[in-house]
Design a protein around this ligand. Structure first.
Ligand code: NAG
Ligand code: NAG
Length: 452
């Protein structure tokens, strides 16, 4: 017993963040859960100054999680272009040497050698570090689960895309016959002269991930097409699904500085349209106008999370005219808003965190995907789960949005969509039970880190 606890005590997991946006919270959330389940393991969370400043220090961070800073790869005095991918490319170009520096900081402070590496799957160079240390490598896949498939077949897809513009279906992706070329992340569809450190990283996943001791997916196995899951299992050494939500420690439920709940409380069940396109994507001005016009004409109550700097794009007089109908605020506590009984539909960019929150709360979606995995999420929502629709033409227009709002909020034809959304909520509630499969997968993950 003594030997056991001694050996347990020396477990030291290095965690590599992909230090941007929506990737941070879900990774920290997993590490928090692990740190509670394995209190004798130490976790060194390696990010950049900027990303660590967002996550640390916080009162809910236990003693066995410590943060370490590495370079973000931005040269001193460098002026960033408007290309949002640039910072990703700069960070990914820092290579394994930069990651290794994080390990050195953590080892110097803890005086414990690293026994396991958990990494955001986008930080593929952490595999090189794990190999050098001869420790297990466990990547976490945070985008929409189904989107992983297309990164395994980047070359094949690019050939198909180039050679066969007529056949827009990607029917060779096992278990995902509904996916189309237009759904693909740009990094997959575009090779050749468009290649960047980011697209190369993503294209390498097919060779890199099979070397992982286990690949962890931040989703519900029960919602992925069974053939797709089976196919992934045939490629990977081990595949573990961990329940992605909620983030109870990260969202103080009393944060309602914009008064959303007193407003939502005044509305009947399933009548409100909640609109948000996340923190990264910004719809072009004409689409913001289209949303405003559709909401005003529809007459449905709406809650719109719209950054203050975009309010100037709203049609003149819109806020005054719709003051009784709707509420426009710069920020909402989204998962609690989606959990509110009055919300009947979510007009979304389909970021994976948003999609998951919507599913968990049984809210049907109207999808306007922008980039990355969002197109695949939208396709799966419309054509596989059938708990929502893609906006006509994939661009927000007044008529397109009016049509979709009517379909989902009132029309008889939308009944199946509403029911599917509710059924999915039940499925994920079942999946998250303590005796469910994902609890077993989490236990397996704890065993891997405590035994290696
Ligand atoms: C953690 O270590 C302490 C002291 O070494 C030991 O008493 C305890 O049982 C260990 N806890 C777990 C969960 O292994
Ligand atoms: C790491 O970055 C955070 C956030 O910027 C900062 O507060 C902290 O002092 C840095 N740590 C070290 C050791 O430089």
């Amino acid at each position: 017993m003594t030997i056991m606890s001694n050996s347990q005590q020396s477990k030291h997991v290095a965690v590599f963040a992909f230090p941007f946006g929506s990737h941070l919270m879900p990774l920290l959330n997993l590490v928090l859960k692990l740190a509670h389940a394995a209190p004798n393991c130490s976790f060194s969370f390696i990010g950049t100054d900027k990303s660590n400043a967002i996550l640390f220090p916080k009162p809910y961070i236990p003693k066995n999680i410590k943060a370490y800073n590495i370079s973000d790869g931005v040269p001193e005095g460098h002026v960033m272009s408007s290309n949002p991918i640039e910072k990703l490319n700069l960070f990914l170009s820092t290579g394994p040497e930069n990651l290794q520096k994080g390990i050195e900081l953590a080892v110097a402070e803890t005086k414990q050698r690293v026994t396991c590496i958990i990494a955001d799957a986008f930080v593929t160079d952490s595999l090189i570090v794990a190999k050098a240390l001869n420790v297990p490598w466990i990547p976490l896949w945070l985008p929409m689960s189904c989107s992983l498939s297309c990164h395994f077949y980047t070359n094949l897809i690019r050939e198909q895309y180039a050679n066969n513009a007529g056949n827009r279906n990607l029917d060779f992706l096992t278990g995902l016959p509904k996916l189309c070329v237009e759904d693909l992340p740009q990094v997959v569809a575009k090779g050749g002269e468009h290649e960047t450190p980011f697209s190369k990283t993503m294209a390498s996943l097919g060779t890199v991930l099979p070397q992982a001791k286990a690949v962890v997916i931040n989703f519900f196995e029960e919602l992925d097409p069974p053939l797709y899951v089976q196919h992934l299992r045939s490629i990977l050494q081990s595949l573990l699904y961990v329940v992605p939500l909620p983030f109870p420690l990260l969202l103080p439920s009393d944060t309602d500085k914009n008064g959303c709940f007193s407003w939502l409380n005044r509305h009947n069940a399933k009548t409100v349209a909640y609109v948000s396109f996340g923190t990264v994507a910004t719809p072009p001005p004409h689409e913001i106008v289209a949303v405003a016009e559709a909401l005003e004409e529809s007459g449905f109550p709406f809650l719109w999370s719209l950054k203050d700097n975009l309010k100037g794009l709203l049609p003149s007089g819109f806020l005054q005219r719709t003051g009784m109908l709707g509420k426009v605020v710069p920020w909402v506590p989204q998962s609690q808003v989606l959990a509110h009984d009055s919300v009947g539909v979510f007009v979304t960019h389909c970021g994976s965190n948003s999609v998951t929150e919507s599913i968990c709360n049984g809210v049907p979606m109207i999808c306007r995907p922008f980039f990355g995995d969002q197109g695949i999420s939208a396709r799966v929502i419309q054509n596989v789960w059938e708990n929502g629709v893609i906006i006509e033409g994939r661009v927000l227009s007044k008529n397109g949005l009016l049509q979709s709002l009517n379909l989902i909020l009132v029309q008889e034809e939308g009944k199946k969509i509403r029911e599917n959304a509710l059924n999915m909520k039940k499925t994920v509630q079942d999946a998250a039970r303590p005796e469910g499969k994902s609890a077993q997968d989490f236990k397996t993950l704890v065993e891997i880190i405590s035994e290696s």
